[in-house]
Write a protein that binds this ligand. Structure first.
Ligand code: SIN
Ligand code: CO
Length: 381
C-alpha cells in the first residue's frame, strides 16, 4: 500500500485526482529500494527482445532518439550529461521488479500496462512532453526535478526531432522527487523531469484501450456468434420512402447492447481476451514438449510446483454459471468449483505441489492446468 499524505486515501485519490489532475506524493513508498541499479539498467538495454532507447539533448538537431539493443561500449561513449536511457516492460523481464507495482494494486490489474525504468546522469531528461496514459513516477535513486503543466494550451512540437516534444512548455508546478516519492500524472498533463543527480525513475504505466481496438476485437467475437438483427416490433411508419426510421436506429442500439454485447456474452469475452493479449514480442513461448497428466503428477509427487510465466497476462470474469478465465488472449470456461483456483491463478505467481494437487482433484481442474501448461501460461518449477 502507498503511504498517503494527510487527508488523502485511495477513495479520495480516485475521486479527486485519478484521470483528472497531477499530485505529488512525498514519501509514498518509505525506504524505497530500487530493484535495479544503473549498471543493471544498462545491461537490460543491451539485451535483444527488450525495448530500450536513449534520448539525447543536443543543439542541432535539438533532440535525438536511438533505439536499443545497445552494444555495451555505447555507454562508455555517452557524454557526462544531457541524456536518458529508458527500458520498457521491466516487469516482464525482471519479475522481481514487480514489487514497485505493489503499492498500486488499488487499481484493477487489467488497467496496468508496464513498468518502465529510466536512468539519467545529472541534467538528463527526455524533454517536455505529454503521455496518453496515466502514470505513477516513482523516484528510485537520486533526485529528479519535475516541472508540470496539468493542461497545456499549446501542443506545438519542437521541430527537427522524431520525439514528440512540446515547444511552448511552461511549468505550473515544480516538485523535486527523492527516492520513495511518487508523482501521479493523468493523461495529457505536460511534464519535464530533469535529473539532479545520477537518477533512476520507475514509471508504473496504465493503459486504456482505443475504441477502434475494442470494436475490431468485438467484430471477431461477433463473427463467431453470428447474432442477427431482428425487428419483430416493426410498425408501418418505418417504411417511409428511403427513411432509416428513428425507431430502427433506436432498435439497433438496443439490439447491439442487449443481444449482441450482453446476452451473447460478446462484450465480456472480447474485453477479457483483448485486455490479456500480450504485446506480440512479449508472448510466453509454448513449451517444446507438451506436459501430459502422468508427467504433471510425477512432477508434483517429486515436490515440484507451478509458476506463472512472467509475461503471462491473466484475468477472470463471471459467467452465468461459473467463471471465464482469460489467459494471454484466450478465454477458458471454468467450473464453479474452480472459482478460487481462477482467483489464485490471477493473483499469485507460484504454487506449491500440494496446492496444485488439490486443484487437479476438482471437476475440470486437471484439464485447465494442462491447457495452461500447453500454451506456456504456466510452467513447471
Ligand atoms: C523518465 O523517467 O525520464 C521519463 C518518464 C516520463 O516523463 O514519462
Ligand atoms: Co512522460
Amino acid at each position: 500500500m502507498l503511504h498517503w499524505p494527510e487527508g488523502l486515501d485511495v477513495e479520495r485519490f480516485l475521486y479527486e485526482y485519478w484521470q483528472k489532475k497531477p499530485v505529488f506524493l512525498p514519501r509514498a513508498i518509505p525506504s524505497f529500494d530500487s530493484p535495479l541499479d544503473p549498471d543493471e539498467v544498462a545491461g537490460l538495454a543491451c539485451e535483444p527482445g527488450i525495448e530500450s532507447r536513449i534520448v539525447m539533448e543536443n543543439s542541432d538537431p535539438p533532440w535525438t532518439l536511438e533505439n536499443g539493443p545497445f552494444e555495451p561500449e555505447r555507454f562508455g561513449r555517452l557524454p557526462q550529461t544531457g541524456w536518458s536511457l529508458l527500458v520498457q516492460d521491466v516487469d516482464k523481464h525482471v519479475p522481481e521488479s514487480n514489487r514497485v507495482r505493489a503499492g498500486f494494486r488499488f487499481l484493477p490489474d487489467w488497467r496496468f500496462d508496464d513498468l518502465m525504468v529510466s536512468f539519467a546522469p545529472p541534467g538528463g531528461s527526455v524533454g517536455p512532453h505529454v503521455d496518453a496514459y496515466d502514470v505513477f513516477l516513482v523516484q528510485g535513486l537520486g533526485r529528479r526535478r519535475w516541472h508540470v503543466d496539468p493542461s497545456p494550451r499549446s501542443r506545438r512540437r519542437i521541430p527537427g526531432t522524431p520525439l514528440d516534444l512540446l515547444a511552448d512548455f511552461q511549468a505550473v508546478h515544480e516538485w523535486v522527487a527523492e527516492p520513495g516519492d511518487v508523482l501521479y500524472l493523468p493523461p495529457g498533463a505536460a511534464h519535464h523531469g530533469v535529473a539532479l543527480d545520477h537518477c533512476i525513475t520507475w514509471s508504473v504505466g496504465f493503459r486504456s484501450p482505443l475504441a477502434a481496438d475494442v470494436i475490431a476485437a468485438l467484430a471477431d467475437t461477433a463473427t463467431a456468434r453470428a447474432v442477427r438483427y431482428a425487428d419483430s416490433d416493426m410498425v408501418p411508419e418505418e417504411a417511409a420512402d428511403g427513411l432509416i426510421h428513428d425507431r430502427a436506429v433506436a432498435r439497433f442500439r438496443r439490439w447491439l447492447e442487449d443481444a449482441v454485447l450482453h446476452e451473447s456474452g460478446c462484450l465480456r469475452e472480447t474485453l477479457g481476451c483483448l485486455l490479456t493479449e500480450p504485446k506480440s514480442w512479449l508472448h510466453p513461448p509454448a513449451p517444446e514438449a507438451p506436459v501430459r497428466e502422468p508427467g504433471l503428477r510425477d512432477h508434483l509427487d517429486a515436490g515440484g510446483g507451478l509458476s506463472k510465466h512472467p509475461m503471462s497476462l491473466m484475468a477472470r470474469s463471471r459467467r452465468e454459471r461459473g467463471w471465464t478465465l482469460f489467459a494471454n488472449g484466450r478465454a477458458l470456461a471454468v467450473d464453479p468449483s474452480l472459482e478460487s483456483v481462477a482467483a489464485a491463478l490471477c493473483a499469485e505467481s507460484a504454487w506449491p505441489a500440494e496446492r496444485v494437487s488439490d486443484w487437479l482433484g476438482r471437476p475440470g481442474g486437471s484439464a485447465l492446468i494442462l491447457d495452461l501448461l500447453a500454451d506456456g501460461t504456466l510452467e513447471l518449477v
